[in-house]
Design a protein around this ligand. Structure first.
Ligand code: CP
Length: 296
């Protein structure tokens, strides 16, 4: 079994993964990956996802091998299917951050071991699991929780979050400029589970929100368009005024890395409603849980 897409994972599987994430200290966990190796194949930079999976492998008694795809033969034209065949003959898991989602699915077809999506241009499923796990930790459950995503509503984190949060019972509000169209595949998938509202009005979109979530305006690969994107998205910066439309006890989330003064102001991300550090910490709990779940 792989974790390639938030579209594929079922509510039951999410519940099982969250259950494992809550049992990190139980007997036998330290040996759950004994003798096993995890290949981390990363084409893009990472601080949290890479480190959480490396530490998770170690805590479970296994071993992680980091492969910087930019210095591997992949960067000189080796086909990703060949890379996957070889890595899966050495290792028991492949955790891959590749820009093109199709490359990830090709990798999975050629791999004889589970492949975990560590972010593609379309999705960030492990992030969405850590995000929802954090929401449940803070709010008890996600039934009817109003989750508002503000900013670039067409990017990978938004795609995975809307689908995963909707499966867990949340109502989704996507708040961004008219020129930014949320991906219709993910919107349709989320609507199968619950409501998804899309608006360009910050006041309407954030009204009554329990969770206000934002992410960078310039995702990896969008750097050439940075100036245009900053102009387009700056009215959707998460600042104190925007947050005032949400509930008084609304919590602020951001997957990090954050750019203070760009998509979020320093007083908001460093303020008392922010739970970004718990959110980041929970990436480790989810990495451990996923490796245990997929090693069954
Ligand atoms: N949130 C996240 O994916 O962080 P990294 O890019 O540091 O892994």
């Amino acid at each position: 079994m792989n974790l390639l897409s938030s579209l594929d994972i079922t509510r039951r599987e999410i519940d099982r993964i969250f259950s494992l994430a809550g049992r990190a200290g139980e007997i036998g966990v330290a040996k759950a990956l004994s003798g096993k190796s995890v290949a981390l194949f990363f084409e893009e930079p990472s601080t949290r996802t890479r480190t959480s999976f490396e530490v998770a492998a170690s805590k479970l008694g296994g071993h992680a091998v980091y492969i910087d795809a930019r210095t591997a033969q992949f960067s000189r034209g080796e086909e990703i299917s060949d890379t996957a065949k070889v890595l899966s003959s050495y290792c028991d898991f492949i955790v891959a951050r590749v820009n093109d989602h199709k490359q990830l699915t090709t990798m999975a077809k050629s791999s004889s071991v589970p492949v975990i999506n560590a972010l593609t241009h379309l999705e960030h499923p492990t992030q969405a699991l850590a995000d929802c796990y954090t929401m449940i930790e803070k709010k008890g459950n996600m039934k009817d929780l109003k989750v508002a995503f503000i900013g670039d509503i067409a990017q990978n984190t938004a795609n995975s979050l809307m689908v995963t949060a909707a499966k867990l019972g949340a109502e989704i509000s996507l708040v961004g400029p008219k020129a930014c169209r949320a991906n219709p595949i993910y919107v349709a998938a989320a609507r199968k589970s619950g409501s998804v509202r899309i608006t360009d009005s910050v006041g309407d979109g954030l009204a009554g929100a329990d969770i206000v979530y934002t992410d960078t305006f310039v995702s990896m690969g969008d750097e050439a368009e940075a100036k245009r994107r900053m102009r387009l998205y700056s009215p959707y910066r998460l600042d104190r005024k925007a947050l005032s439309y949400a509930k008084n006890d609304a919590l602020v989330m951001h997957p990090l890395p954050a750019h203070r003064g760009a998509e979020i102001t320093a007083d908001v991300i460093d303020g008392k409603r922010s739970i970004v550090w718990e959110q980041a910490r929970n990436k480790l709990a989810i990495a451990e849980a996923l490796l245990r779940y997929l090693s069954r």
